[in-house]
Design a protein around this ligand. Structure first.
Ligand SMILES: Nc1ccn([C@H]2C[C@H](O)[C@@H](COP(=O)(O)O)O2)c(=O)n1
Ligand SMILES: [Zn+2]
Length: 159
C-alpha cells in the first residue's frame, strides 16, 4: 500500500473529540460538558469541564437540580466554557471554542470578552431557554459565529 491514509479525522472532529473526552471528567450526574479552545494556529490553548471550584469538595456540595437554590448545584458549578477560558494560556483573540453544549448567557459574556470569535457546539438541548436566547442575541451583536457540529464519524476509545 502506498500513499497516506484518508480516513483520518478532521480538525473539527479532533477538537470536538477533545471537548467530549474532557466532559468525561465531570462529576455532574445529569449533564457532563467539556470545552476546548483552539487558537488560529490550530493549537489548543485551553480545556475545561463543568465542576465545582478548586477547593470546594464535590462530595459535600449538592448535585441536585431542584429545591432551594442554595441546595442545588447551580450556584456553585463552574461551566466548562468558563473553566476552559480560566485555564487558558496565551491570546484568545480570534480563537474557536468547541463545546459539548451550547453556551449559557453567563459563559457567552466571558466568551465574547475573551476575544473568541467562533463557537462550535454539539448539543443544543436548552435551545428554547431564555439563557440560550440571550446568548444568541449577544453572539449576533458581537460578531461571534456559532455553528452546530456535524459529523458522521464514530470515535471509540478503549483502554
Ligand atoms: N453550556 C453549558 C451549560 C451547562 N453547563 C453545566 C452546568 C451544569 O453542571 C450542567 C447543566 O445541568 P442540568 O441543568 O442539565 O442538569 O452543565 C456547562 O458547563 N456549560
Ligand atoms: Zn455557562
Amino acid at each position: 500500500m502506498t500513499g497516506k491514509r484518508n480516513d483520518y479525522i478532521s480538525w473539527d472532529e479532533y477538537f470536538m473529540g477533545i471537548a467530549v473526552l474532557s466532559s468525561k471528567r465531570s462529576k455532574d450526574p445529569n449533564t457532563q460538558v467539556g470545552a476546548c479552545i483552539v487558537n488560529d494556529q490550530k493549537i489548543i490553548v485551553g480545556v475545561g469541564y463543568n465542576g465545582f471550584p478548586i477547593g470546594c469538595d464535590d462530595d459535600k456540595l449538592p448535585w441536585d437540580r431542584e429545591g432551594d437554590w442554595c441546595d442545588t448545584k447551580y450556584p456553585y458549578v463552574c461551566h466548562a466554557e468558563l473553566n476552559a477560558i480560566l485555564n487558558s494560556h496565551g491570546n484568545l483573540h480570534g480563537a474557536t471554542l468547541y463545546v459539548a453544549l451550547f453556551p449559557c448567557n453567563e459563559c457567552a459574556k466571558a466568551i465574547i470578552q475573551s476575544g473568541i470569535k467562533r463557537v462550535v457546539y454539539l448539543s443544543d438541548k436548552y435551545r428554547d431557554s431564555d439563557s440560550s436566547k440571550a446568548s444568541r442575541r449577544m453572539f449576533d451583536d458581537a460578531g461571534v459565529r456559532y455553528e452546530h457540529f456535524e459529523s458522521d464519524k464514530e470515535i471509540v476509545i478503549k483502554f
